[in-house]
Write a protein that binds this ligand. Structure first.
Ligand code: ZN
Length: 423
């Protein structure tokens, strides 16, 4: 991805550096050739060349670009789960994924980690973004997900003979689990996404307390993935599934819904980050009745919502790490709503806004293993910066409205926001 040439100065705003400390009023950020060269008070800012590009934050906020840590670029606001793999051909879903990536950037997400994708679309989407062919977040790709046969993601009945190949590699036993990971190695995947447990969405046979992979399968996935320098994460709701994942050596946990004390100890022992992706549950409970969601599914989402919120609070209180991301891409939880996750963690879960912002920036960068480059506003890092009209530290919900962005800056280049539109 290209970075800017020349000097960029962003001033006249409250600066949040992403580390969670006290905001710097009258802040200023200077970037040279796309890299941050000064962050601090405007009074102490160094002199800059006369031809520097200047952005006036208008008394608003200067903060790091957001990291969407559980991004499904190929989910196209589907009304039913089955649509994810059969409604459109891969050619069309690729175009939809490119639109979703552009939208995510416009929403202030300058980086993202895929949480699973149809075929290899996210791998190639990443290449297109890196080559500046399409705008989007700096992406980490997951490709197809891995799930046990008969598990949550194995939903197409055998009589249809269409399998689940596009979205999921189905495995039976550790040998097939190894084989599935080896396929992903060739595909260019960085994060292997698995399904250790079920979900409230499938109350009859794969609910949120059901296991969908064995420990042996999960361990085989980790051994093979780590051998090839890939990381492993998984959809973990049931307590036993979380423990299996942590004991198998997972690098991150998605959801981490029902954590008990033992699971928390296992988590903290290796400082494994959790991405709760929890706003989806609230959206499902709220919109479920209107879209005809069965009551058992709504009840399951309610239980997940409460369990997940409790676990998230416990994890942070114990010194663990949370990343912010969500299952956006459903009709009732569409792309573009990503920052509702952040407002939800303040309003519903009860976390402090600056804590949530750190989860959504610094921790996100750590999950991507790119904290040396992105995630905070610090000298030497890439100038991935948001300039927001208003005080985000006191009104985090400003981030849910992309019209409040004065500028979304990636590598020192204004990619979205009012200043981009005005050109
Ligand atoms: Zn997901």
């Amino acid at each position: 991805m290209k970075t800017a040439t020349g000097t960029l100065v962003i001033s006249n705003g409250r600066l949040l550096d992403g580390n969670g400390g006290t905001p710097c009023d009258h802040g200023c950020l200077v970037a040279t050739d796309g890299l941050i060269t000064y962050v601090g008070s405007a009074e102490a800012a160094p002199p800059v060349p006369a031809d520097a590009v200047r952005i006036d934050a208008g008394g608003g906020t200067i903060m790091p670009g957001l990291v969407e840590a559980h991004f499904h670029p190929t989910y196209f606001n589907v009304a039913a789960l089955e649509d994810l793999d059969i409604k459109y051909p891969v050619e069309y879903v690729t175009l939809l994924a490119a639109c979703n990536a552009k939208l995510a950037l416009e929403c202030g997400y300058t980086s993202a980690r895929s949480g699973g994708s149809l075929f290899n679309i996210d791998v190639w989407l990443k290449k297109a973004i890196e080559n500046d062919l399409v705008p989007g977040p700096r992406l980490a790709a997951s490709g197809r997900e891995i799930c046990g046969v008969g598990g949550l993601m194995d939903w197409n009945p055998d009589f249809r003979k269409i399998g689940m190949d596009g979205l999921v590699l189905l495995v039976n036993g550790p040998d097939e689990a190894r084989s599935a990971v080896r396929k992903l190695v060739k595909d260019g995947v960085e994060w292997v996404k698995t399904y250790p447990t079920g979900d409230a969405a499938a109350p009859d046979v794969n609910d949120h307390h059901t296991l969908c992979m064995t420990f042996e399968e999960m361990h085989a996935v980790v051994q093979t993935a780590h051998n090839h320098s890939m990381k492993v994460t998984g959809h973990c709701r049931a307590t036993e599934g979380i423990k299996n994942a942590l004991r198998a050596g997972y690098d991150a946990i998605e959801h981490g819904t029902f954590m008990d004390d033992e699971a928390l100890d296992l988590l903290l022992a290796r400082d494994v980050p959790v991405v709760p992706a929890l706003y989806f549950e609230k959206a499902s409970v709220e919109h479920g009745p209107a879209i005809g969601m069965p009551q058992a599914v709504i009840d399951g989402h309610q239980e997940t919502l409460e369990g997940g919120a409790e676990s998230a609070r416990k994890i942070l209180a114990a010194g663990g790490r949370l990343g912010m991301g969500g299952d956006y891409g459903f009709a009732w939880n569409p792309h573009g709503d990503y920052a509702k996750e952040l407002a939800f963690f303040v309003d519903y879960v009860g976390l402090a806004p600056l804590t949530v912002l750190t989860c959504a920036t610094r921790t996100g960068a750590e999950i991507l293993d790119r904290s040396h480059e992105i995630g905070t506003l610090e000298v030497g890092k890439l100038a991935d910066v948001l300039v927001v009209d208003g005080d985000v530290a006191t009104s985090i919900d400003l981030l849910t409205d992309r019209n409040t962005f004065i500028a979304v800056v990636q590598g020192g280049i204004v990619k979205a926001g009012r200043l981009a539109t005005a050109r």
